[in-house]
Design a protein around this ligand. Structure first.
Ligand code: MN3
Length: 202
């Protein structure tokens, strides 16, 4: 069965003023839709057509650039929309807060290191917070790769990720990736991230 664009879990303008409505409209409706359409095209008539998205991502390095890029694009964006929410942000609590303190010393140090991963990714890609061998780590990937892929430099289970492609921020923030990354903290759905952490830590 062909993949389809998932509906956003909130309105296009729900993340204003941090992420603007026009960016969301184009990012979800055009960019993500294109990853879905191109993934379906690349898989059509191949033995991988019936695989789940998770199965495709896990062997992305063996499937050629169109499937790797568009399969990653579909997985990453589906994950990204769920990572954000209106009236969100703040600081995590519970198990995740403890794990962040253990891994990074403090929440502020974690924020610095995560932002540095996003800023340090030259060109297009993603910064991630992953669970690896039961511990939290920060990673970044180029293009539409992610830490679940067989070809990832640092592998693990993503619980938080931020898109640092220019299409994620250029309309509102132009070239100012640091300003976009600063705004991202205001829209992180820590409840969702904590659920992912708990699931990945079992
Ligand atoms: Mn994007």
């Amino acid at each position: 069965m062909a993949f389809t664009l998932p509906a956003l879990p909130y309105a296009l303008n729900a993340l204003e003023p941090h992420i603007d409505e026009l960016t969301m409209q184009i990012h979800h409706g055009k960019h993500h839709q294109a990853y879905v359409d191109n993934l379906n095209k690349a898989l059509a008539g191949t033995p991988n057509e019936g695989k789940t998205l998770e199965e495709i991502v896990a062997i992305a390095g063996t499937l050629g650039a169109p499937v790797r890029n568009n399969g990653g694009g579909h997985w990453n964006h589906s994950f990204f929309w769920e990572t954000m929410a209106p009236n969100a942000g703040g600081i995590p609590s519970g198990t995740l807060a403890d794990a962040i303190t253990t891994a990074f010393g403090s929440f502020d140090t974690f924020k610095e290191k995560f932002a540095a991963a996003g800023l340090g990714r030259f060109g297009s890609g993603w910064a991630w917070l992953i669970v690896k061998d039961g511990k939290l780590e920060i990673a970044s990937t180029p293009n539409q790769d992610n830490p679940l892929m067989d070809i990832a430099e640092v592998k693990g289970h993503p619980i938080l990720g931020v898109d640092v492609w220019e299409h994620a921020y250029y309309l509102k923030y132009q070239n100012k990736r640091p300003d976009y990354l600063a705004a991202f903290w205001h829209v992180i759905n820590w409840k969702k991230v904590t659920e992912r952490f708990d699931a990945a830590s079992k």
